[in-house]
Ligand binder design. Structure first.
Ligand code: GLC
Length: 453
């Protein structure tokens, strides 16, 4: 008799391990990290160390140099788009909020133009290895790419719709190329997938059952075609309940294919991490979080007239995220040529150069022990504290008392720092010539045995 443990046929016909799935499902509903199972804590370990990732919002809409999906949806300002593109009711209550966004999503693109952009999509300069190399040089440890945004266009060779990248003149599986390039470069690969779909004929309040079959097929296809997908970034606000997507069965399928996958909080469950958007998340060590931010205020490419934030600002975002105990997922909006906007590459390269010398104060650290403030933030690992001074106060830089004794203080990039520790607190000073913009990192080493928690 063959041993069932080594017999693939016997394994395949075995009932799925429901207890492991039930644990996964329970963990997705458990917001606070400490309350999750050891399995969930293991799953998130790499992501937590990583701190810095690249978001990629790119599809044929880059040809219109207007916002991905929303520029089509909001070309009429009367709310008509909601009639033309019926969406499940919860969102209808938010028309108001969407009206406010109208300006933001200009220039609006008429539907008859938008829906044909893919016919001219030929990003001839696209080179996935080069793309990923930019992320790597920036010190990013993972990359999350849009596979399908709300507009329904698919950036991979899916067999479930023609509205996809193989039906452009480019005729190349862009998502697949990126997945393999990430693998080669040792960068973790994640996929953004919008459950909303303003192109699919079956998407709408009364028709979700049929649409969900499409959604399930696509998620299964992605996880099967690209075995290195380590993270799923869904994108529907929390007021869409998971029941709408038959979430329990969806996650059962996901778990069967990728038991170690990470899932964000935009599929009706708290998931593995929260996703504050266009702002640094609040200090929180109980709940994992990742801020997603743009260089231009727009997700997709918006032309060269859209200003790009300076390098210093990008660096401050990263430092503030790490100091709040969160990650930064910094977005790039590639050009229709397939290249990262050279201004964004420039900023990224400079952040990478900074990380090459200051990485130990970011990767694998926790936020704290002291709270963020106008001065900057603190990060820590073991008995080392990194004080990131982004803005020197007029007076003294003071912190609340610390239980462990501080043994040494120095500036990470060289130079000395003075530190005075009393029962009243900790005072830090650095001579003017040793202060560095945009971030003076002061390293405090505590005495052996002390921990900063
Ligand atoms: C918001 C935007 C969407 C974008 C996403 C990224 O949901 O509406 O366009 O893709 O944020 O987090």
């Amino acid at each position: 008799m063959s041993d069932p443990a080594s017999d693939p046929l016997a394994q395949a016909s075995r009932a799925p391990d429901d207890s492991a799935f039930e644990q996964f499902w329970a963990d997705l509903h458990t917001p606070n990290w400490a309350d999750k199972s050891p399995a969930a804590q293991r799953r998130v370990a790499w992501w937590r160390e990583a701190r810095f990732g690249m978001f990629v919002h790119w599809d044929p809409s880059s040809l219109a140099a207007s916002e991905i999906s929303w520029s089509k949806q909001f070309y009429a300002d009367t709310g008509e788009h909601l009639r033309d593109n019926p969406r499940p009711s919860p969102e209808l209550h938010h028309i108001h909020e969407h009206r406010m966004w109208l300006d933001w999503f200009k220039p609006a693109v008429p539907r008859e133009v938008y829906d044909h952009l893919h016919r001219s999509f030929y990003p001839g300069m696209f080179d996935a290895d080069q793309f990923v190399a930019t992320a790597k040089q920036a010190g990013m440890k993972y990359l999350v790419q849009v596979s399908k945004h709300h507009n329904g266009f698919c950036m991979w060779d899916t067999k479930f719709t023609d509205h996809q990248v193989m039906n452009t003149p480019f005729h190349r599986d862009i998502l697949g190329e990126m997945s393999r390039a990430c693998d080669r470069a040792g960068i973790k690969f994640g996929v953004y997938y919008s459950q909303r779909d303003w192109h699919h004929p079956d998407y709408g309040p009364e028709r979700m059952t049929k649409y969900n079959a499409y959604l399930f097929n696509q998620v299964q296809e992605l996880l099967t075609l690209y075995p290195n997908i380590a993270l799923l970034f869904f994108d529907c606000e929390q007021y869409y309940p998971w029941e709408m997507w038959d979430g329990k069965e969806l996650f059962r399928m996901i778990h069967r294919l990728r038991p170690d996958i990470l899932v964000n909080d935009r599929c009706g469950v708290p998931g593995d991490f929260e996703t504050p958007e266009q702002g640094v998340g609040a200090y929180n060590r109980a709940r994992h979080w990742e801020s997603c931010m743009t260089f231009t205020g727009f997700w997709s490419w918006h032309g060269f007239q859209a200003p790009v934030i300076p390098y210093e600002e990008c660096l401050r975002l990263l430092v503030r995220c790490a100091g709040g105990d969160g990650n930064l997922l910094m977005n790039v909006g590639p050009l229709p040529t397939g290249q990262i906007d050279p201004r964004e590459s420039d900023r990224l390269q400079r952040v990478g150069a900074w990380l090459a010398h200051h990485g130990e104060s970011i990767y694998g650290t926790r936020g704290g022990p002291w709270l963020p403030g106008d001065y900057g933030v603190t990060t820590s690992r073991g008995r080392t504290i990194y004080v990131h001074v982004l803005q020197w106060p007029e007076g003294e830089l003071r912190f609340p008392p610390l239980s462990g004794r501080i043994r040494t203080a120095r500036v990470l990039s060289g130079g000395s720092a003075a530190c005075e520790q009393t029962d009243a607190g900790v005072k830090i000073s650095v001579a003017a010539q040793d202060r560095i913009l945009p971030d003076t990192v002061v390293v405090l080493e505590l005495e052996p045995g002390a921990g900063v928690g």
